[in-house]
Design a protein around this ligand. Structure first.
Ligand code: MLT
Ligand code: ZN
Length: 445
């Protein structure tokens, strides 16, 4: 397309046969063929793209590594994909300021490794941490198992660099946790899925690297016994750095069809607990924990070395891919309910007859409810099952997405089920910050 001739500081892909990879992410959705994919190499490309988008009336869709789960980076009608994978910049760690600067293109894996090499820790750990790009994790406010103790991506961002609709890059925030000169516009951009502008880099907060881990496999005979444990642990002052679980159906799938390590998993249902506090490998800590857990922990297994710990995590980390391979058209949700309402949630799923299997982040109530037969289910029925699921989570004080975001996948439900005031405010912000609607059109609101 002529609109991209002579675009400075950029690589342009416009041959339709090269565009296919950009129609997908890790959701069950597909995008529309974009006008082109542009890989910007500097601010001049972004400035010019914004100018042409406004002048010629096309939209700009941001893309990181394409590992999102909600279709947020998929091209919609008459859009150009702005792929940040070649955006320049280096990771720079500042131990004095306990922070790190990195471009949006930095692989999250390299960000975490750079911090670790200086004895520091960047906690966000989405399941895709080995393949996703930092920019995508900021745009979607990614979470993962460690969110249970450390919170989400947004809790670890001090400053963001972002392209706004004036075509320029702006920095919001400083290299300190103390920054209180007005509301945080950087935080508004995190998790906004490119609705208000595109994040090109960030300054991230770091903390000292944990030095010890206690990793526990907790099989239970009655799976409902797991459901009150997150609340009980927190109530007693134990905050795991991760508390993951598999319900009986997911566990049975893993045991029957999973890799070797998964075939030996014990229990009717199973939890993985990890603690990384100083002292958490001591006998006293474990004894206290066992006392608290009581009879439910009579089959508890402790990972005795780093290799065993890695083995346990490898099974948990591959669960999503494994289920997707077995059920390619499944739909995986990520609702949240408060820890104290987990029992009511699962009772509700049974009552509503939602044919789901569940695993995920029990410790913070973020549950990956999977509808394995979604591809073979009548679409109207599937819609109803999903709406029932989201409504149930919301009625218990939860939400329809804990970490994957809204994108295209949950847009209809988000608009239908959110407080109208919330949607009105988002639309007013969108109108103020992107009056011509060039940034990620057709997403979220
Ligand atoms: C996970 O925690 O495994 C992912 O966030 C879930 C998914 O892939 O649906
Ligand atoms: Zn997850």
């Amino acid at each position: 397309m002529d609109a991209f001739k002579g675009l400075p500081e950029a690589r342009v892909i416009s041959d339709p046969s090269d565009l296919a990879p950009f129609l997908q992410d890790e959701s069950h959705l597909r995008g529309i063929l974009p006008l082109a994919v542009v890989k910007p190499h500097g601010p001049a490309a972004l400035r010019e793209l914004v100018r042409r988008a406004k002048a010629e009336g096309f939209g700009l869709v941001p893309r990181g590594a394409g590992t999102g789960k909600a279709g947020g980076c998929l091209p919609t009608e008459r859009t150009v994909v702005v792929d940040f994978s070649e955006w320049p910049g280096e990771i720079q760690v500042s131990p004095q300021d306990l922070c790190l600067r990195a471009p949006a293109s930095a692989p999250l894996r390299d960000v975490k490794a750079a911090a670790e090499a200086r004895g520091l820790f960047y906690p966000p750990d989405p399941n895709s941490w080995e393949s996703c790009a930092l920019g995508g994790t900021l745009a979607t406010n990614a979470g993962g198992p460690n969110a249970c103790k450390y919170g989400m991506t947004r809790h670890w961002v001090l400053a963001v660099d972002a392209l706004l609709e004036d075509g320029e890059l702006h920095t919001f925030g400083i290299s300190s946790v103390k920054a209180n000169a007005g509301p945080s516009l950087g935080q508004l951009l995190i998790g906004s899925e490119g609705l208000f502008g595109f994040i090109t880099g960030a300054t991230l907060r770091l903390t000292p690297l944990p030095r010890e881990y206690t990793t526990l496999l907790l099989p239970v005979k009655r799976w409902e016994d797991l459901l009150e444990l997150p609340g009980r642990l927190c109530g007693a002052g134990y905050l795991p750095s991760a508390f993951e679980f598999f319900d009986p159906a997911v566990l049975a799938e893993l045991r029957a069809h999973g890799p070797e390590e998964a075939r030996r998993l014990p229990g009717e249902a199973l939890a993985i607990l990890e603690f990384d506090d100083r002292g958490s490998t001591s006998d006293a800590f474990l004894e206290g924990l066992l006392d608290l857990l009581g009879p439910v922990a009579d089959q508890l297994e402790v990972a005795s070395d780093a290799r065993q710990r890695q083995g346990i995590w490898a099974v948990r980390r591959m669960t999503s891919v494994f289920l997707k391979e077995r059920h390619p058209r499944k739909v995986s949700e990520d609702i949240v309910v408060p820890r104290s309402r987990l029992r009511e949630f699962f009772a509700g799923v049974g009552r509503l007859d939602i044919p789901a299997v569940t695993y995920g982040h029990l410790g913070d109530g973020n549950l990956h409810v999977n509808l394995l037969a979604a591809g073979e289910t009548d679409p109207a029925l599937l819609d109803r099952q999903l709406m029932d699921l989201f409504s149930l989570a919301i009625s218990l004080g939860g939400t329809l997405s804990g970490e994957h975001g809204i994108g295209l996948a949950k847009r209809d439900a988000f608009l239908a089920l959110s407080d109208p005031g919330h949607i009105r405010t988002l639309r007013a912000l969108k109108q103020a910050l992107d009056p011509q609607g060039i940034f990620n059109p057709g997403k979220m609101v």
